[in-house]
Design a protein. Structure first.
Length: 265
């Protein structure tokens, strides 16, 4: 087992440098209402030398796939090949209410998004005709997308943040790794089973696939005091939008915490 640290904007450099000194494998930068991921990652990339860096996760509704590819290539070049691109759907309320992007067919939209990102990172001209994305738009003769960033890895890893069974299977099928949110040890094996089902659709096993379960953790002699340090993070994520459509609330229900979700109303 390897260790990773969650890097938020406040004290991100101090934490990343310390994690690197302690031999941590990776620093993941989340994205939400507090900070975007690329800004923090760029700062940390310039102050570290060895530790891997990942967006944990960049929100798919926030950027066109071409922008995500350009950002990933830039961060990989700036970090000397240490970047992993973590992508996630976010929640329906965030997608529609914050970014103004419809949340219809989220799995199909994710599949098309990742296909365009990978094609762009391969550094050739990209044209695409999908149900949700078209490059260039139908009826237009615009120049094809072409990435000219230098010194990045064409095959840099793409991870997906996923919680539900169908999304986990999709991650296994189209991604190089999975970033789990609120993932206690007892739920990891179930998630991996779903991921493996997705891998098998392409006749692949788990070799080379990164499994990154994330769980907010506090250590202390006083259990209640330690828990108090984490409550804000849980309330922040579970309090976004409608509890009926919030993915974090759905995950909490599946884990048996229905009463906690009801308490947010």
């Amino acid at each position: 087992m390897k260790l990773a640290a969650n890097l938020v904007a406040r004290d991100a450099v101090v934490l990343a440098v310390t994690a690197e000194q302690l031999g941590y494998e990776m620093g993941l930068v989340p994205e939400g209402y507090r900070n975007d991921a690329p800004s923090v990652l760029g700062l940390v990339a310039g102050r570290t030398r060895r530790i891997g860096l990942a967006s944990g996760v960049m929100q798919i509704p926030a950027r066109a796939p071409a922008t995500a590819a350009l950002t990933a290539a830039t961060l990989d070049a700036l970090s000397g090949g240490r970047f992993r691109l973590g992508l996630g759907l976010s929640n329906p309320d965030v997608s529609e209410g914050w970014y103004g992007v419809p949340f219809d067919s989220p799995l199909a939209r994710t599949r098309e998004y990742v296909e365009i990102v990978r094609a762009a990172l391969n550094s050739g001209p990209v044209t695409y005709r999908g149900k949700h994305f078209s490059l260039p738009p139908a009826g237009r003769g615009g120049a094809p997308l072409h990435l000219y960033t230098e010194d990045y890895r064409r095959n840099l890893p793409v991870y997906l943040g996923a919680g539900g069974p169908r999304n986990l299977r999709l991650a296994g099928e189209i991604a190089d790794g999975w970033i789990g949110v609120f993932t206690p040890p007892e739920t990891v094996s179930e998630a991996v089973d779903q991921i493996l089902a997705g891998r098998r659709t392409r006749r692949l096993g788990l070799a080379g696939f990164e499994v990154i379960p994330c769980l907010p953790t506090a250590i202390g002699r006083d259990v209640r005091a330690a828990a108090d340090q984490l409550r804000g993070q849980y309330v922040y994520l579970m309090g976004i939008g409608d509890p009926e459509t919030n993915f974090h609330c759905a995950l909490a229900r599946r884990m048996g915490f229905e009463g906690v979700v009801e308490g947010l109303r």
